[in-house]
Ligand binder design. Sequence first.
Ligand code: KET
Length: 461
Amino acid sequence: MMMNHRLWSLLFVFINLLIGLTLAEAFPVTRTDSTTGTTTNNNDANSVFSNNNKLWDNVPQGPPDAILGIAQAFRACQDPKKVNVCVGAYRTAEGLPWVLPSVRIAEERMLLNRNENKEYLPIEGDQEYVEKALTFAYGIDAPLDRIAGVQTLSGTGACRVGGEFLAAFTPFQKIIYIPDPSWGNHHKIFKECGLQTETYRYYDRSKNGLDFEGMVEDIRNAPTGSIILLHACAHNPTGCDPTPDQWKQIYQTILDRQHIAFFDSAYQGFASGDSEQDASALRNAVKAGLPVLLAQSFAKNFGLYGERAGTLSVVAGNAQQKDLILSQLKCIIRPMYSSPPRHGSSIVKTVLNDPDLTSQYYDECASMAKRILDMRTKLVTKLHEVGSQHDWSHVTHQIGMFAFTGMSPEMCDQLTSEYSIYLTRDGRISVAGLNDNNLEYVAKAVHAVTDGKSITSPTKE
Ligand code: KET
């Protein structure tokens, strides 16, 4: 009897196991990840857990970043003639990164100041820094009493915090219109925030210049209450900014359509060399009464790339709104990274708190803009000297850090594979990467890949 019972129990367990396995084969519990597209089922899970080495076998290779991926490839390249004109980062005439002397002085003072500590900053960052940074952007007569501002992880972090705020609180459209073309990360950031991303016409590739009519038409046709992303100055990658008169028409269109203007200011001081003049599009938008947000970066103009100093601000209707907005910005930041780093913002604060150091800084920023401008002119002169028949005048008309050459992705690939010249595939050259030592080499290579071929493309239908 006893034996029999045991046998029956064993048989029962065996049959259950069989049914379980058959069901698992027939009806695997399949999970598909929406971001990576990777699919797993319970069979995979069984084998994965039986062998821990396989746990992450399903992680697919992520694509390299369109800008920073190329910078990485440049670092790995062994060719002694290699040239980096990829990332928008300033280089000296010797091709080296530059820590601004005013920044060095600020750091020395910070080191000696025994009141400096390493405590956490508040969620919203150092408000004294934010106030200085916002005055730098919005001007001395800025309505700071109704501008809600937080410190962010440079311009990228500012776009992200601003995008999250808009996704949660715009009363009308959750659509952001981004210029075509724009800094590649814009689309990714705002999509991550849950906003729908669309483009407006900005650059006419058939004439290598601003497509102002197309821009205004697309902004006008966007659904009422859309968010319009605008580069405050020195548009990346095209180097084409609207004229003051064109800006006025843009403001009016935005007002007429009750849109929201989201300014990205990553190059204040690099367009004209004058930080005050470069802020005029933003300042005039506030004066014109537009609803304005600003993502501000000190990466390029203060040379603080890796220090991650920026701000995000929202121009509110009154002080009460400002407080409410600030409370929500803090709610966005706290679960993301708690609070920002303090070194970079302390540098900016120290410089902008001291009139002498500020004026030294303004001169240093102007000197960077001037060197880039010189290289821009020299590049075009050199291109003609080495025999190029193309009209490169668009490159001299453009402003800021980049030359948007009109070269095709294939020409860019050829520059990289045959000449070890690293640039983004949209034909953008970071002019700061050029200097008297590599200029002729680059000009000859550009001439070689563009000779007899078009550097304009037909207008998109
Ligand atoms: N906005 C624009 C228009 C921009 O070009 C950059 C950076 C940023 C924001 C963000 O910079 P941050 O370092 O987060 O303050 N552009 C250069 C570097 C990069 O791609 O990250 C570039 O275009 O090369």
